[in-house]
Design a protein around this ligand. Structure first.
Ligand SMILES: [Fe+2]
Length: 137
């Protein structure tokens, strides 16, 4: 079965600790997708899928913490702007979760697609700057 979000090799930063966490977040989004696709259409807020979204929120929080610690340890100059971006991403995810909980949004393919781009556009692509910085040293 084709995965909802397929990892691409050019997303590797070459920083093992961060890469492993990114792979794990991609896997979690795939688990959310699997859960959403297999749930029956009447139950809009399937507990299993929602539990995985909350897990994604928790693990993202930890990932951002670890990534910021890594950046500080390596004296990455843009750590404060990257931190602001992380805060914004967490706020976006919290908003999305609140909308689902309040019944304003369904955990459906459209929401899954938002989650997918939330992860790859920001979380992975902007982290490429960290890789570039590490390579330039
Ligand atoms: Fe990251």
């Amino acid at each position: 079965m084709k995965r909802f979000l397929t990892w691409r090799d050019d997303w590797y930063l070459g920083i093992d600790e961060i890469d492993q966490q990114h792979l794990h977040l991609v896997e979690l989004i795939n688990q959310v997708a699997d859960s959403v696709m297999t749930q029956n259409s009447e139950s809009s807020n399937d507990g299993g899928a929602m539990r995985l979204v909350l897990q994604l929120q928790e693990e993202t929080r930890q990932h951002f913490r670890d990534e910021e610690a890594f950046m500080r340890n390596h004296e990455y100059p843009q750590v404060s702007s990257h931190h602001r971006e992380h805060a914004l991403l967490q706020a976006e995810l919290s908003d999305l979760i609140r909308e689902i909980e309040e019944g304003k949004r369904r955990l459906d393919i459209e929401t899954l697609t938002s989650l997918k781009y939330w992860l790859i556009d920001h979380v992975i692509e902007s982290d490429m700057d960290i890789a570039r910085y590490m390579n330039s040293r």
